[in-house]
Structures are given as C-alpha cells and as structure tokens.
Design a protein around this ligand. Structure first.
Ligand code: GLU
Length: 380
C-alpha cells in the first residue's frame, strides 16, 4: 500500500523505507550543533527502525557548522572555496554526532558523501544504489550529504532537498520527509496573515510553483520552498510521496503526524500509474545498448518481482557496458523488461547459464547480487 496520509510515513506497512532530510537551520544553532534537538529526532528515527522501517538520513549543516568553526563570513557561502573548506570541517563533526546518537540506540551509522554524478552516471549510480541497499539490509542507518568539499558548480545538486529525492528514487524508498523551518507550503507568503497551509498537492503545477518564494527563510541552508518543490517534482516523477513538515519543534515527526500538520505531495494514483511514472523516469535514461535472452523460469521470476540472475540467461547480444540499459527478452523474442545491466556484455556472456556460486571464479572478483537488480528494472 502506498503513502496517502502524513500518518502513513511512520507506518511500516505503507512506508517500508523513509528518507528524512534535515536542514541546516535545524541542525546548527548559535552554539554549534543543536545536540538535544538532534537527539530527540534520533529517538524518533530509532522508533521508526524499531517498528520495522528502514530509515535514511540526508543531513545538511556541514557548511553552516564549519563556517562557524572557521569564523568564515556569510555562513561560509561567500565563495565556493569557503563553502568547500567549511563543509569539510563541518562534516566531520556532523557525522560524528549522528554516529554517536544513533549508537545510543544500537544503530550503526553509515556515512555517504555523494555528488550529482554519483547518481547520474549509470555505473556510479549502480554502485551507490548497491551500497545503500546493502547497508540497509545489514541494519545500518545511512547518513548522506553532498560531497561539498570536492563538488564544483557543474556537478553539484546545491541543495539537499533534491539530493534526498534522488536518493529516495535510487533506493525506491516509499516517501521523503523534508524537515523544514515552516509548517509546509503556504498558498502565499507565510508572513501574510491570510496565508493558509496547503495540506495536499497532487502534481506540482505552475499554480503550486507560484506559491513558493525563492529564498531560504533561515539563510543558513540553500533550500527554501523552490528547491523543495523541485524535490517534490522528482518524487512525483518516480511515484514517491514527499512531505514537508516543521522541524523546529522537539520530536518534530510525532508533532507533525499527531496533529496532521504539513504538506503532503502525492504521486499519481494507483499502482499502475506509479509503475508508469517509474517506467517513464527509467525510460528517459534508456536507449537500449544490448539484449539478454532468458529462459521460462527466469521470466516467471521476473514477473514475480525478482532480480534477473545469470543462471536464467541463455543469450547475450550487443556491446554494452556495466550500467547500460538492456532489453530482456523471452525465447520467442518478446520483450519482457528493460533494465540497467550490472555487468559488461562480455561478462554477461561468461556468466550466462551459470550458478551464482561459480561467478567469483569466472569473473576473478567478488560478484554482484544479480545481472539486473529488480530495483533497476521495469517490466514491459
Ligand atoms: N550540503 C550542504 C551542507 O551540508 C547543505 C545543502 C542545503 O542547504 O540543502 O551544508
């Protein structure tokens, strides 16, 4: 079942995997990291985990924190060099605190610093996605930020709202929760007394965009409502729900859900529509570079939602590389699915028809879990 209400965000049945993005102004105050508030949030996230939800944290705050430590003006955003230096000083303390607080609940923290390219370049996208999947399976809580210290303008997300949406897409999370310094999206400038909170949005239309003003309220992060709407558009495109709620309270998740205060962006209705949205997104990256022919057993497994394993492959065509899109066909030549191949064509040919336990010897390195992972595959 998909997410349809704010309350579903903490329900493991509706939302098995939640990405929570925390903005700079919530994490960093005048005295540095807001330890008590963060500890309260970590309590809430540990409860999500105890209920059986997977949780991924996207944490801002590195630049703001590092700038304070280094005494840099404009919150470290005066120049790119300042931001990059600030980020590397801030990041080390930031991840240290997340790790310490998560550990109090017995949860291992896992740091990932990503650049735009890590999610756009297909090979790197597969690597990042596989690592995240493995971390979640192993019981860790990934704490993600942009790799600000090395990412330059051309390869930057620039804001963690969109990074959170792209991470959610990569791991096929059920929803993204953006903790902000306002209650959600207002129909006009929230300073206007007539402004009312928009509770539910279906589709980020021009009218919705017109409601957002560009600047970040706090001046600490690079977010603001515009980047949140861009994140909502990404989530929409891949069929994932996204919520904006106010993080300025203690235990912000309980407060937002208990009182039903926030804005929920819902993707197209119905499973077929959501699949279509996902297909369209993957489809956008898909100019097929090769073909895999599979046997009837593998075809059945695929229809049942499994990954494609080498044992079920009987033919390989094309000169594709790891990360390239391939068509998956049955013996009669009917297309069954499109997906991103975990291996080069030549490696696929070596592995085809062979059981996973033989793969390491055939490849000469530790094999991947599938030839096309189910997360990287759309059925036709
Ligand atoms: N990556 C930035 C940081 O850690 C924050 C980006 C944002 O404000 O969204 O400071």
């Amino acid at each position: 079942m998909p997410v349809t209400r704010l309350a579903d965000l903490t329900d493991p049945a509706q939302c098995p995997c939640l990405v929570v993005k925390v903005g700079s102004s919530l994490l960093v105050g005048k005295q540095g990291l807001r330890r008590e508030w963060i500890a309260g949030l970590v309590d809430e996230l540990a409860q999500c985990r105890a209920r059986g939800q997977n949780v991924i944290i996207v944490s801002s705050g590195a630049i703001a924190l590092g700038a304070a430590r280094l005494g840099l003006e404009k919150g470290g955003r005066g120049s790119l060099a300042d931001a990059q230096a600030a980020a590397s000083v801030g990041q080390i303390a930031l991840s240290g605190l997340w790790a310490e607080l998560l550990e109090l609940h017995g949860l291992p923290a896992a740091q990932l610093l990503l650049t735009l390219d890590d999610l756009e370049d297909r090979r790197r996208y597969l690597n990042a996605t596989a690592t995240l999947g493995r971390l979640l399976d192993a019981g860790a809580v990934p704490v993600i930020n942009e790799n600000d210290s090395v990412a330059t303008h051309e390869i930057r997300f620039g804001d963690n709202d969109r990074l959170a949406a792209r991470v959610a897409q990569a791991v096929q999370a059920s929803a993204v929760l953006l903790l902000s310094d306002v209650d959600g999206l207002y129909d006009r400038d929230p300073a206007d007394p007539a402004a009312t909170l928009v509770r539910e949005v279906r589709g980020v239309t021009g009218e919705i965009k017109a409601m957002a003003s560009g600047a970040s309220g706090s001046g600490l992060g690079s977010g603001g409502m515009t980047s949140k709407l861009q994140a909502a558009e990404i989530a929409d495109m891949v069929g994932i729900a996204l919520a904006i709620v106010n993080g300025t309270h203690d235990r912000p998740i309980a407060r937002a859900i208990g009182n039903d205060i926030g804005t929920l962006f819902l993707p197209p209705v119905g499973k077929r529509r959501r699949d279509a949205a996902r297909k369209a997104w993957l489809g956008g990256r898909m100019k097929l570079k090769g073909e895999l022919v599979i046997d009837a057993g593998a075809a059945k497994a695929l229809q049942g939602g499994s990954s494609l394993l080498a044992a079920g492959i009987s033919g390989v065509a094309g000169a594709f590389k790891r990360g390239d899109p391939v068509g998956i066909f049955d013996q009669a030549g009917t297309v069954l699915a499109h997906g991103l191949s975990e291996y080069d064509a030549e490696e696929c040919a070596r592995l085809m028809g062979r059981h996973s336990r033989e793969h390491e010897a055939l490849l000469g390195y530790a094999p991947r879990s599938a030839v096309v992972h189910r997360n990287q595959l759309v059925l036709k």
